[in-house]
Design a protein. Structure first.
Length: 221
């Protein structure tokens, strides 16, 4: 299955169906505490990652300075999603307005950050989806620095590798390892189909006590 078809299937689902599928398969992937900050719509796609550290702990850069996040924006393809680890404890932005504009112009689908993001009003004006664990007005300058790009990161306790997939909406953020994507999609589509049938039964007048009976309680087995 191509990346485009995988992303298309993923985008038809919501985070709850994906989370239920992960539970059904005994897999981890739900990343708690990441809230929708800009653009009230779901995003889905493959990830490009970068990680930040305290500026004092980051190795010295050779050559001209390069701002955090710019390499990830350059690497990302249209439709992909940038994922950022900024768990240094330093209150400083790991994503901001100029990065948002550059990502928007390139066709990047959104950003998910475990850490503070700034310039949220700009992201809203660009209609660019941002999910993060916090917001801030404080600059990254002299506070945090990029230490890796497109290498594994840990987002709200979930290890995320380049090429993995993410789905985010107002309910939450879930990650799916690339190796598991087909089985997760198959399971999530089955769950979504069952819930659609339940909704139809309610609309047809069936009592909720019957609709949400044993079948609902056991549907993840």
């Amino acid at each position: 299955m191509s990346q485009a078809e995988t992303t298309k299937r993923l985008a038809r689902l919501d985070s709850c169906a994906i989370s239920d599928a992960l539970d059904k398969l005994g897999l981890e992937g739900f990343a708690p505490g990441l809230l929708q900050r800009a653009a009230e719509r779901r995003i889905a796609g493959q990830v490009v990652t970068y990680k930040l550290a305290r500026a004092a702990d980051a190795p010295a850069q050779s050559g001209p300075p390069r701002h955090l996040g710019t390499t990830a924006v350059q690497l990302a393809q249209p439709g992909q999603i940038i994922v950022v680890e900024q768990t240094t404890g330093v209150n400083a932005g790991c994503w901001g307005g100029i990065l948002t504009l550059s990502a928007k112009l390139k066709g990047i689908a959104g950003v998910v950050a475990d850490g503070p993001v700034r310039d949220i009003d700009e992201a809203r004006s660009y209609d660019f989806p941002v999910y993060s664990s916090a917001t801030t007005a404080r600059t990254a300058r002299a506070r945090v620095a990029e230490v890796s790009t497109n290498e594994p990161v840990v987002i709200a306790g979930v290890t995320v590798s380049p090429g993995d997939y993410v789905m985010a909406d107002a309910s939450g953020v879930v990650f799916i390892a690339q190796a598991n994507i087909e089985q997760v999609l198959d399971a999530a589509e089955q769950i979504a189909g069952k819930e659609a049938a339940m909704a139809k039964a309610l609309l047809d007048g069936k009592p909720v006590t019957e609709v949400m009976g044993a079948d609902y309680e056991h549907m993840l087995r």
